[in-house]
Ligand binder design. Structure first.
Ligand code: CAA
Length: 379
């Protein structure tokens, strides 16, 4: 048993921390306010190799592992959760299923430019009428010679409109629900594909979230990902890992809020001493740090399990459940420690609090994580 990170992990953490501090943090508040996505930041992440952390070099990656990827998402989210989720959706929701289920041609054609950061990835599962009940999707894919014709729409697509490559799920056999679902790789310039409404959101406001629409969208059969009818399992297995990326995002958000709260509590004097020395505040800081450490350990463990090729679905659901709740609690307490100032945009804690909420909702609500965990315990 060894809890020490390897030299490679420490090196990646330092590189991402420096990058986040110097290149991401300075514009985080402004991008949040303006709801502006900055492709330049993604391009810089590509230069550092961050867009392909767990993929082998032959597919454009840096050949590291899922723990290194989680550390990167955590460090980015510590200053800007929007940048954290951009990388998370690109890597675990779009890159992962292509890496695991793609043919060699698909990996060369799609995963490689994604890993190199020349193209961005996104994932489309949720529909207006099917969120938690992902199997209730209505988007269809009808066979037509050497193509499939897709009709329907997907919502809440992270990286929507910015991504060039979308992994999406549609019914090739509408009678069979989950067993009639197939995964497809869609290029944004396929005829019949378009980007719909962009959401205005409470948090992660500089990460674009859009609808994507398929109107007789022609998709070559070679773009079927995995086997016809295997799509639901691919969607679920993708989320197993994706959820741990969100846990890493949540740990980063919580750590960012704690960093700010500790600095403030040491500086701010009331009743003749720093508020950190008042037990009411000191104990809050202690609880926040403890919850973050527990969440981080669970997140790293799930990432380590995945890197080792061991089962990780239950741990990944647990890490998102714990870390998402931790992020919400810790950021709320951080605002409380800042008092009236915390409620203003003068300090970053209100942004962290708004950003934290989504980690309890996307890639499966906290209630769905409990369902996944309890089913695994009892199956
Ligand atoms: N791995 C492999 N196979 C799995 C699996 C997994 N993790 N989970 C389910 N399956 C398989 C089952 O074994 C079953 O196969 P068989 O019939 O062959 O046994 C099949 O899939 C159907 O499984 P269930 O009966 O469990 O399906 P269900 O309809 O009860 O749904 C659910 C299960 C867990 C509730 C699922 O619908 C779910 O995860 N819902 C939440 C969806 C979600 O997380 N959405 C987020 C979208 S992404 C996002 O947030 C946007 C973004 O861009 C960030």
């Amino acid at each position: 048993m060894n809890f020490r990170l390897t030299e490679e992990h420490e090196m990646i953490r330092k590189m991402v921390r420096d990058f986040a501090r110097n290149e991401v943090a300075p514009t985080a508040a402004e991008r949040d306010e303006e709801e502006q996505f900055d492709r330049g930041i993604f391009n810089k992440m590509a230069e550092l190799g961050l867009t392909g952390i767990p993929w082998p070099e032959e597919y454009g990656g840096i050949g590291s592992d899922y723990l290194a990827y989680c550390i990167a998402v955590e460090e980015l989210s510590r200053v800007c959760a929007s940048t954290g989720v951009t990388l998370s959706a690109h890597t675990s929701l779009a890159g992962w299923p292509i890496y695991k289920f793609g043919s060699e041609e698909q990996k060369q054609k799609y995963l490689k430019p994604m890993a190199l950061g020349e193209k961005m990835g996104a994932y489309g599962l949720t529909e207006p009428g099917s969120g938690s009940d992902a199997g209730g999707m209505k988007t269809t894919a009808r066979e037509d010679g050497d193509h499939y014709i897709l009709n329907g729409s997907k919502i809440f697509i992270t990286n929507g409109g910015e991504a060039e490559i979308y992994v999406v799920f549609a019914l090739t056999d509408p009678e069979s629900r989950q067993k009639g679902t197939t995964a497809f790789i869609i290029e944004s310039d396929f005829p019949g594909f378009s980007v719909g409404k962009k959401e205005k959101k409470l948090g992660i406001r500089s990460s674009p979230t859009t609808e994507i629409i398929f109107e007789d969208c022609r998709v070559p059969k070679e773009n079927v990902l995995g086997k016809v009818g295997e799509g639901f399992k691919i969607a679920m297995m993708t989320l197993d890992g994706g959820r741990n990326g969100i846990a890493a995002q949540a740990v980063g958000i919580a750590q960012g809020a704690l960093d700010a709260a500790v600095d403030y509590a040491k500086d701010r004097h009331q009743f003749g001493k720093p508020i950190a020395a008042q037990q009411g505040v000191g104990f809050k800081l202690a609880d926040m740090a403890t919850q973050i450490e527990a969440s981080r350990l669970l997140t790293y463990q799930a990432a380590w399990l995945e890197s080792e090729g061991l089962p990780y679905g239950k741990e990944s659901a647990m890490s998102k459940l714990l870390a998402g709740d931790t992020a919400m609690k810790v950021t709320t307490e951080a605002v409380q420690i800042f008092g009236g100032y915390g409620y203003t945009k003068e300090y970053p804690v209100e942004r962290f609090m708004r950003d934290a909420k989504i980690t309890q909702i996307y890639e499966g609500t906290q209630e769905i994580q409990r369902l996944v965990i309890s089913r695994m315990l009892t199956k």
